[in-house]
Design a protein around this ligand. Sequence first.
Ligand code: ASP
Ligand code: MG
Length: 599
Amino acid sequence: MSIIVQKFGGTSVADSQLILAAARKAIRAQRTGHEVVVVVSAMGQNTDLLIDLAKEIHDRPPAREMDMLMSTGEQVSAALMAMAVEALGYRAVSLTGAQIGIRTDSTHTKARIRSISTERMQALLDTGNIVIAAGFQGIDEERNITTLGRGGSDTTAVALAAVLHAAECEIYTDVDGVYTTDPRILPEARRVERISYDEMLELASLGAGVMHNRSIEFAKRYGVPIHVRSSLSDTPGTLICSEPEVADRAVCGAAVMRNEARIALVGVPDVPGTSLEIFSRLADRKITVDMIVQNVGEAGKSDISFTVPRDELPAALEAVREAADIVGVDEINTDENVSKVSVVGLGMARQAGVADKMFAALAAEGINIQMITTSEIKISTLVEQDAALPALRAVHRAFELEREPALTSAALGEQPTVAVGAGNGPDFSGLVERLKGTDMEELMLDDISLDQSQALVTIAGVPDRPGVAAAVFRSIGNEGIFVDMIVQSHKGAQGQASLSFTVPAAQLTHTLSVARRLADAYQCRTVMHSPSVAKLSVSGIGLRSHTSVAIRMFRALADAGINVDMISTSELRVNVVIDGRRGERGLAQLQKAFEGVLR
Ligand code: ASP
Ligand code: MG
């Protein structure tokens, strides 16, 4: 008999009536012939209430005790849900994460799942019970209760679906699917019929609130189709699977993270190993760093800036000051008044003109872009917080995200590649077997590669006002030049930013003439270039949350005395650009550093 996992979020179990309604859904699934595992979140805002309570008592409550406290929210829902099923005349048993045997590491409040035992759940299912699992929690080796990070019940649900070889994982929530952007922020957002794991991973980590991003990592790794749907209506929802909604659409969604903070280290000695000093300290504290931009060094010094979630700023500053004491920097400054606006799409990897369209949309609204970073399938910009919503709206409109894609599979009368609810999910049992014995969330890499075909151009001393990036990339795009990586630093000490990007080496001369013309027109200080750079890429799953990947890369390169010129990180890849002459050496270093982690 096929297993189905249903997860009910906080708003879907906020009161007794809703719990009963959810129980009916579980019973309905059982009556249609499935074995059913239900995963529940804490009722309503209960987790927040528990956190507030803790803060009334202690301003930095011990993480272990926070886990003891927060895990009770899900325990309440699980017990009530089991009672609801019983009340409706069916059999159910509730289990905490510990009772199931969800083993995690000991990183309290952000624990990762190591293994899950299926015996107890399977025995209960075999005897006709609906199993109700408390989401978001596990137990470490010392039997301490751990939690998986805010929103972690999604991850519990997908992980259970993976180990139980479930046919599908249904996520019931207060929205009826995944939207092109958060519909509570932009009413014109459109529900997508289908979205690929990769796009969802990026969107989730860039601020789309729908799903916990580690749950998508699980889903991708184990091939679990996720069906996001409303607990209040019977609308079709969104399928998260390996295929995108439309193959060649450049952008499938936009996201905003309003509460970001930027940290800049000004005047950092431009020698190998400095990035390592800084970012390893941030990684030790499990702080998720994004938008890392290093200005191309002048006079032996460079500036390094990056963003962190605003509430992690104090901890990040502590880490950065430690590093600064060792490497020596002229100044550390921060800006807490910034937001990150991003677009994501599998199609942009193969299309030119996506970045300049985004920048032009922002310029048209008079919005100044403070920083830019790109990776294969996303572009992120940093803007002042007041501009975040206008920026999101402008970008959403520019890519016509509110419009139905011209030829959806539904319009063509095709079935989605992964059939939902058919009771015969993809066969990933082999994969689950093969991964036994390794930690479920352990790092796994797909590939390490070297690209020596590109050149690097930097326009330094770019005036800090709207429209410059848009003009630069429009002109370059008009010349048919394909730009790969783009980074723009925030304004430095003289109130000027610098804009760096890579282009095919064969197009360097052409690019330089365009860049010089623009630099003149926009009163930029100078244009610099490296005729040959090497781009080293490490790809896998969940690389941004596995901060150790970037750190290992920095360490491996620093050990060989190789300086890193540019960095871009995403969920799927970490790219670094180094001197073209050191490419082979850099590749060899990375292969050695990641030995045993490649699939
Ligand atoms: N209750 C937890 C939270 O609010 C976990 C979850 O809802 O997924 O973050
Ligand atoms: Mg949630």
